[in-house]
Design a protein. Sequence first.
Length: 335
Amino acid sequence: MSEEMLIAKKEIEEKGFLDVDIDPTLDLFAEIERLKKEKNAIILAHLYQEPDIQDIADYVGDSLGLAQQAAKTNADMIVFAGVHFMAETAKILNPTKKVVIPDLKAGCSLSESCPPPLFKRFKEQHPDHVVISYINCSAGIKALTDVICTSSNAKAIVESFPPEQPIIFAPDKNLGGWINRTTGRNMLLWNGACMVHEIFSLEKLTKLKVRHPQAKVIAHPECEEPVLRIADFIGSTTQLLSYTRNSPDKEFIVVTEAGILHQMVKQSPDKTFIPAPPDNACACNDCPHMKRNTLEKVYLCMEYEQPEVVMEEELRVQAKKSLDRMLEISARIGL
């Protein structure tokens, strides 16, 4: 092993990725395809990843679809192009497989807003409550949860419990609030949120609607209530994608992370997609964590099988129970 590689491996914890030079003449698409075959590897990518990563992935989807794919894959190595909690989920479901992530520091503001020690104390104060947690959380929170949900199945998971059952919903207060409003529930909400979905500007969005009166506003339920109130359709990333594909409308203002526009344009090239503006100087809203992953980092993590996602077996087993329950309920109701 070269000295450069030894140094790079020692620095993974600090930098989050293998910081080594790549031959600039390499065809990374071809090299990644070669490594997939040689190592029996599968690349799972979230819809918020950069276009090149989506195009090289074996499966592109939202959190529910990615968890389902991770649960059933026969690959020896799972390359997870997303954020850390997603790669953790793949490892929870696949203890004997190697799970690698392009950048260990691809975190999640929503996941980080719910530290397990604080949530454990919160849960202990409400012993009669069932805990439903959004999948955007750490393995530590999953281990404290009765059943996980995603934005695709959250309403259905909540409604699988009788109306009189008290529920704690964590960590996203916006998704939980939307579910409360649409189901008539009164779940107790943990005060967490996603930085990407909280930063959309209602004022700028309203002005955008005036400039594009024919455009349908479509939004992710992680957005704040004032934004959701003016949306024509609210759904998970996959549901938003499906809506634009099947709708007769030709113009859409998309209120979620801008990475999804790549698939929208691919699936509906005759339609116009306008990213909703955040409350800053940027034209569209990118997740800085999702965008830490690059094609170069995907290649490096496949070639050298680092950084690897590992966890203690006791934590993995406990966290798996809530994920298994979500997958069982989702399969039962046809999601």
